[in-house]
Design a protein around this ligand. Sequence first.
Ligand SMILES: Cc1ncc(C[n+]2csc(CCOP(=O)(O)OP(=O)(O)O)c2C)c(N)n1
Length: 642
Amino acid sequence: MKYTNEQLKLAADTIRCLCADMIEKAKSGHPGAPMGLADLAVSLWLNHLDFDPKDTQWEGRDRFVLSGGHGSTLAYALFHLAGVKGAEMDQCQTFRQLGSRCAGHPERGVMPGVEVTTGPLGQGIAMGVGLALAAKMANRTNRTWIFCGDGDMEEGISHEACSFAGNLGLDRLVLVYDSNGITIEGSTALSMKDDARKRFESYGWKVLACDGHDFDQIARTYKKAMKIEGAPVVIIATTTIGCGAPNKKGTSGVHGAPLGEDELKATKSALGFDPEKSFYVPQEVYDMFAARAAICHRLRNRWVKVGAPAYGGSALAGELLKALPAFDPAKPVATRAACGTVMNAIAKVYPSLVGGSADLEPSNKTGLKEYGWIAAGDFTGRNIHFGIRELAMSAIVNGMTAYGSWRAFGATFFVFSDYCKPAMRLAALMKLPSMWVFSHDSFYVGEDGPTHEPVEQLAMLRSMPNVTVFRPADANETGYSWVEMLKNKEGPSCILTTRQNLPILEGTSAEGVSKGAYVVYGTDVNPELMFLASGSEVSICIEAAKVLAESGRRVRVVSMPCWELFEKQPLSYRESVIPSTCRRRVIAEAGVSFGWERYAGDQATTRYLTLDKYGESGPYKVLAQHFGFTAENVLAKAREVL
Ligand SMILES: Cc1ncc(C[n+]2csc(CCOP(=O)(O)OP(=O)(O)O)c2C)c(N)n1
C-alpha cells in the first residue's frame, strides 16, 4: 500500500491528538515522546510492520518494542487504530486508571500486542536484542523494531546490549532513536555529548539517519534499513519533542505533563482538527490501518499454512526426572559442578534450553557441551557468550523468553545478582519464566573475599514477588531443582550453587524438592527440635542431628531448597514438615537471617547460624571455622535450647 504524505500526516496527527487526549483525561502522562514519534510510527506501522491485530501472538510477527515506556500512549493509539481487541476506545479513555489495559507504562499480559513491559529505561533495548536473537536462533525471518529515546541511550544497559548485538552482527534488528535532545531536566547537553553515530559504528552497527518528521526521508531510511544484512541497524531520527504542540514543542515542559486545555486546543487547531472534539479518529485513518491489518492477516495465514522452521521443544517433568544423572553417593561434589552435569543431561531432552554466562562459564559450569556456541554468522549453537554484561544478559534472556518457546538462562556469580536484579524484577512483573544460574552462593567463595561473597542477596530474591529461588543441598537436589525450574512457566526461577564440594545426602527426594521443603533427616512425627536449613548448611545440620539422635533426642532436619514452593503447599503439609508445636529450632543458612523470622519458633528457643555481616577473604575452610559454620557449632546451638 502506498500512502501519500498527506495521508500519513493525517494518521500521525490523529495519533498526536489521541495521545494528548488520553493524557489530558488522565491528568498525567508523557505527551512529548508520542507526539514526536508519531510520524516514524505511522510510516512503520502502515508500510512495514508485520503485525496482525487479529492474532497478536502469531509467531512470525515482527516484534515492536517501545523502549521508552513513558510514551505508552503511542503504543495504545497504534493498537487502537490497528483494531487490536482490548485496545478499544473505552480503554484509551481510561488510560492510567485502575483496571485499564492502558496502564501507565505498557505491560505485557495487560494490553495485547505489548511484547515486553517497558518503563525502566534501557531495558526495552536489551529485551529487543533478546527478541531479535531468539528469532535468529529459531531461524525465523521476522524483524524486531525498537523505538527508543535519549534516556534509553544514556542508560548503561543500552551500551551493554548494543555492544553485544554488534559483535554478533545481529541483523533484522532496527533501533529507531528518537533523538529529540530533551529529557526531563532539559537539554541532553546537560548530561551527554556522545556521538551516537560514532558510538554505534564502533559497536559494528550500520548507522542511518533521517529527519523524523520528513515522510520521504523516513520511507527511504526504513527501506534501506530493511535491506541491510549481517548487522543491526540504528536509525538516528532527529525529531521535535511534542511535535504539533505550537507553544510547548521542543521543550522539556512537554515531556511529562499534560498539554493543558489551552495548548491541547491550540494543537488540534494547528493540526487541522476540531479543537472541541476529543478522542476523534477520522474514518480514513481507521481505513488505512485496516488495509495494513488485512495485508498482515494474509501474511499470517500464509505463514501458518506453510509452517515455521522447527526449533526448540520441551520435555515433560517425568521425562526430565528420568534424564537426570545419577550421582555417586560416596563422592562429594560442588553443586555448581552437579548443576553443569544436570544441565547437560537435561539439554538432550529439552531442546529449548539455551543460554550462557557473563564470562564465567568455566566457573558456573553452565556450558551445554554438545551444542556449540553462537557467533556472528552462525546461530545454530545453544550457548551464548554474553560477555561481562550481567544486566544486559538478564534483559536479553527476558527478551528471548518473551519471544516464544526458548527457555533461556543467564549465569554469573550469585553476588552479581545485584547487577541482574532490575531485569529479574521485570521478568517477575511479566511472569516470564526466565532462568538464572547463580554459582558461588555464599562466603564459601573464600579467597576472593567479601566483594565476591553474597550475604544479603538471598533475602533480596526471596522478597521479590513471583520469583522462585532454589538453593539445593546437594547434587541430587540440584537435579530436582532444575526439573522444578523448567516446570515453572509462571515466573522467573533461579538456582544457587556452591563453589565448594558438598556430600551427597541420604533422604533427598524429588517430591520433597517439588514441595519446597521436606524432612530430609529424622523420622519422629513429634520432634523436640528442628533444624531448618538450605543448601550447604543442610549437611552440617544432619551431622549435628545424628549426634543428638544417638543420645536419644527426637530431632529432625528440614531441607528448605525453595521457600516459594513451600509457601504454596496446603497448611496441612506445611504443618507436617514444620509443626508449630515444635518451638525449638536452629536455623542455618550462609547468608543474612533477614526473612527467616517467619520460620522461627519462640525467640528464646530459636538459634540462628547465619551471616549478618559481610564476609572475609581466606581459604573457605578457615572461613567456615571463623564464622562458625561447622557441625560442632550447629550442635552447640541446638544444645543451648534443648
Ligand atoms: C531506569 C529509569 N530511570 C529513570 C526513569 C524516569 N524517566 C522517565 S522518562 C525520563 C527521561 C527520558 O528522556 P527521553 O528518553 O529523552 O524521553 P523524551 O523526553 O524524549 O520523552 C526519565 C528520567 C525511568 N523511567 N527509568
